[in-house]
Each structure stands twice: as structure tokens, then as C-alpha cells.
Ligand binder design. Structure first.
Ligand code: HEM
Length: 461
């Protein structure tokens, strides 16, 4: 266990990987942040102090003990703002739940929490399977024609529809493609900006090409979100979905409702966080099934035995034990949130290494989930790691696809319900085939995308 009680003076900073004296590691990080972070760990160990650019330093921590300290034991020292990652994301998600901090975050989190209670999620199950079912006839046609489809896009449009209907009672099917494209462009652009030391300055220059593109895409999304809020406000009935809860929330002291900008930030955050990562979990899940036919056969056997031809329901989830193990193993090797970012406010001691105040701290579950010190045969796809018997003898922070501590994902239950139900519905009807010669590569944007959008072929079972 790590302790901050030890005198900081006697503690050294973490070791440093090699870096250019002036240009640091910025260009390496920009080329491939994930490979570069793995190299830092190979060269310096699980705690690394790397020269980002000139005299700007960053700190990378990948040991489960470090996660426990940063995300839980002393989480108040490790905030989202004013760190550069969240400052860059500010124009898109503002001070929504994901990026907010302190009392304001706690108030908003408590406000949104009831929408994610088990009872609410149970109600949403039907919305989730219906969204998959609506696509079946199109996917059957694609299967008969032997077409290769952009599977990531298929999953993205479906999960966006689910998030819209389940959380905000709106039908986004008409807008899904356009919104998805805008999110995709922003995702790509933001990750380039996060690893570019200049972007914190260029983002303030309105005519800079990347600033113009961001402004245009966010403008389009804003029009849609504000009109969603406006329509619901005018309808006179708040409703009992997440939008209703946000609209009827009142400040305990002043009795005032949330201002429209805060509402916009929450809705945008939940819409993005509510579909983007689940899309990736499902996309990588079917890629893994395509790669491992014996595992696919076991999933199909379980799904057939449990469902007997009908659509899955919330009550089936506890019976789909093996499918869930496959999902967990998928998120071990391909965690959608592959890196987490924090701002270390005060000087601290993490895992015996001192860090200064105002430090950029990065955590990388992707590296931890593949660490040979924590996992035997780490690169092998083995769902048995997540069998009830094997789960218990693991460090609690060795596997954190949903983060940990007070800032752990609020949508975990929603995401797992959606992923299991949708995966079972699809696996009952289709196989996804990987075109000859295609090997998916990870594309570390803000989240862990597959390079080239994951071309797969539907096959009827
Ligand atoms: C497989 C799907 C998902 C994964 C892997 C995932 C992962 C994560 C992770 C790792 C965090 C913590 C980020 C940090 O500590 O910096 C997080 C936070 C969050 N997630 Fe998710 N998420 C998923 C689905 C969802 C869904 C479906 C929703 C909403 C419907 C959602 C909403 C949020 C929100 C609002 C936060 C911020 C919570 C806070 O700070 O209080 N996520 N998610």
C-alpha cells in the first residue's frame, strides 16, 4: 500500500524515460500515445516522469496501488480541471459530470444518480433490444449479399439511438449519422490537440483551422441539444427520465433550477459518454468472437440455451454468465477508456515517488490490463480469467474499465445491461466474420477505436 504520510523531501520523483532535451516526447506521443506510454513503462517502470516539451513534465502511473491512491484514497488532490485535457474538452462537454469537480460535481452526481438505479435500468432493457431488432432486417440483407459493413458505425448509430431514447426520450435515428460523424471528427482532433503543446494556445485563435472545425461541429451538436431541451421544457411535463430529473432539479438554498448552459453540458456529456464507450465495447466484443471460433461457439450455446429463440430481457442477464466473461475479457484487452487524466493539485507521494503540485497525471488501464506482472499470458484472450472462482484473487484496481473510486463511471450498470442484451440478441441471430487478411489495430483517440472502422461481415446463423 502506498502512503503519503512519508516525508516528501526524502522521496525522489519517478524515473524518466529517454527524451529529446528540448522537444521532449511530444512528437512521439502525438504519433502514437499508447505505444509511447508503453515505451515509458518499459524504460522507466510503472511510475514515470516524462519530459513532455521543453520544461513541461508529465507523470504516468500504471500500478494498481497507484490507481487506488489517485482514484480513491486521495482523490480530492487529483481533479479533472484545470488539467489541459479537460480544458481542451471544455468547448464540447463544458462542466458536465465527466469534467466537473468539487461540490458542484457532487451535487450534479447526486442529481443524476437516481436515473441509473437498477429499477430504472430494468425499464430500459426493452429499448435496448428493440434498437438492435430494428436493424435485423437490414443486417440480414447485408448477410445475404455477403456485404462487408462498417461495424463500428453500425454499433455507434444503435447505441446513440439507445442513449437518446433511454435517457432523454428522444428519437435520434434521423440525426445519428450526422452526430456520429461530428463526434468521430472531434474525437480524432481532440486527441491530436491533447498531445500537442501548442494546442492550448491555438484553440484560443478563432480562425485557426482546427479551432474552426471544432467550433463548426460543436455548433451543430449544440443546435440539436438546445432544441431537445427546449422542446421538453415547452411540453410542460418533466417526465421521469434523466432529462426530467435534470429539468426538475432545484437548488436547496435558492430553489432555482439548473441554468440552460449547465443543462446543455450535462445532456451533451451523458449523450457522448452514454454511447461512445459502449459502441467500442460491442465492436471489440464481436471482433474477438470472430477471432476465436471456440469461444464464439460457447457464447452461442449459452445464448441459445437461455433464450430459446426469444429476445433477451433484463431477467436473462444473470444467466448469460459466459457471455459476460467474454465481455469482461474484451474490455481487459481493449478498454474503451484506455487512459485517464488527472491534475495533481498539491505536491504528493504516489507509490513512494514524489510529484510536484500542478502536475499532469496520466493513468493507463490499457497497459495495466496487459501487464505480465498482474496477468498470466497477458495477451491471450481467455474469458476464464473472469469466472467467479478466478475473479477474487486479483488486486481490486488491476482491472478498471469503468474507472474506480468516487469518479467511477455512473453509467456502468446501464452499459453492462446494454452490452449484454444487445450482444445476446445479435449473437443469437448472426455471426460476425472477419474479412480475410484483416487484423484490427487499435487507434488511441480519446477512446480506444479500431483503425479503419472495423469492417466485418454479417453471416446468418
Ligand atoms: C462500456 C461502456 C463504458 C465504459 C468503458 C465507461 C468508462 C468510464 C470510465 C473509465 C469513467 C471514469 C473516467 C475517469 O475517472 O476519468 C467513466 C465516467 C463516466 N461515465 Fe462511463 N463508461 C461507459 C459507459 C457509460 C454510459 C452508458 C454512461 C451514461 C449513460 C456513462 C457516463 C459516464 C459519466 C457521466 C462519467 C463521469 C462520472 C463522474 O465523474 O462522476 N458511461 N466512464
Amino acid at each position: 500500500m502506498v502512503s503519503a504520510v512519508v516525508s516528501m523531501k526524502r522521496r525522489p520523483g519517478p524515473p524518466s524515460p529517454r527524451a529529446n532535451r528540448f522537444f521532449g516526447t511530444a512528437s512521439r506521443l502525438r504519433r502514437n500515445p499508447l505505444r509511447c506510454m508503453q515505451e515509458f513503462v518499459d524504460e522507466a517502470g510503472p511510475a514515470a516522469k516524462y519530459r513532455f516539451f521543453a520544461r513541461m513534465w508529465g507523470y504516468l502511473f500504471v500500478h494498481p496501488d497507484h490507481y487506488q491512491y489517485i482514484l480513491q484514497d486521495n482523490y480530492k488532490n487529483f481533479t479533472k480541471l484545470p488539467g489541459p485535457t479537460f480544458r481542451l474538452l471544455y468547448p464540447l462537454i463544458g462542466k458536465g459530470l465527466l469534467s466537473n469537480d468539487g461540490d458542484s460535481w457532487l451535487r450534479q452526481r447526486r442529481l443524476a444518480q437516481p436515473a441509473f438505479h437498477r429499477g430504472q435500468i430494468q425499464e430500459m432493457g426493452r429499448i435496448m433490444t428493440a434498437a438492435a431488432e430494428r436493424r435485423f432486417s437490414r443486417w440480414e440483407r447485408a448477410a445475404r449479399a455477403g456485404e462487408v459493413v462498417a461495424f463500428h458505425r453500425e454499433m455507434m448509430e444503435m447505441t446513440l439511438e439507445i442513449a437518446g431514447r433511454a435517457l432523454f426520450s428522444v428519437d435520434l435515428t434521423g440525426e445519428a449519422r450526422e452526430m456520429g460523424d461530428a463526434f468521430g471528427r472531434l474525437n480524432e482532433l481532440f486527441v491530436k490537440m491533447v498531445v500537442s503543446p501548442l494546442s492550448l494556445y491555438t484553440m484560443r485563435v478563432p480562425f485557426w483551422p482546427s479551432t474552426r472545425r471544432v467550433t463548426r461541429d460543436i455548433g451543430g451538436l449544440d443546435r440539436l441539444i438546445y432544441s431537445m431541451i427546449d422542446r421538453r421544457r415547452k411540453s410542460g411535463a418533466p417526465g421521469n427520465d434523466l432529462m426530467g430529473m435534470l429539468l426538475s432539479a432545484r437548488d436547496e438554498e435558492t430553489g432555482e433550477g439548473m441554468d440552460v448552459k449547465q443543462l446543455r453540458d450535462e445532456v451533451t456529456t451523458l449523450l457522448i459518454a452514454g454511447h461512445e464507450t459502449t459502441t467500442l465495447a460491442l465492436t471489440w466484443f464481436f471482433y474477438c468472437l470472430g477471432r476465436y471460433p471456440e469461444i464464439e461457439a460457447q457464447v452461442q450455446e449459452e445464448v441459445d440455451r437461455t433464450l430459446n429463440g426469444r429476445m433477451p430481457t433484463f431477467e436473462d442477464i444473470p444467466k448469460l454468465v459466459y457471455l459476460r466473461q467474454v465481455l469482461d475479457e474484451t474490455m481487459r484487452l481493449y478498454p474503451p477508456a484506455y487512459a485517464l487524466s488527472r491534475w495533481g493539485n498539491e505536491a504528493d507521494v504516489i507509490g513512494g515517488f514524489s510529484t510536484p503540485g500542478n502536475a499532469i497525471i496520466t493513468l493507463c488501464p490499457f497497459i495495466t490490463h496487459r501487464s505480465p506482472e498482474l496477468w498470466s499470458r497477458p495477451l491471450e484472450f481467455d474469458p476464464q480469467r473472469f469466472s467467479p472462482a478466478n475473479r477474487s484473487d486479483r488486486h481490486r484496481f488491476a482491472y478498471i474499465p469503468f474507472g474506480a473510486g468516487p469518479r467511477q463511471c455512473i453509467g456502468e450498470g446501464f452499459a453492462l445491461t446494454e452490452s449484454v442484451l444487445v450482444a445476446a440478441a445479435i449473437a443469437q441471430r448472426f455471426r460476425l466474420r472477419i474479412p480475410d487478411g484483416y487484423v484490427a489495430q487499435v487507434d488511441p483517440q480519446i477512446t480506444l477505436h479500431p483503425k479503419g472502422g472495423m469492417p466485418l461481415r454479417f453471416e446468418l446463423r
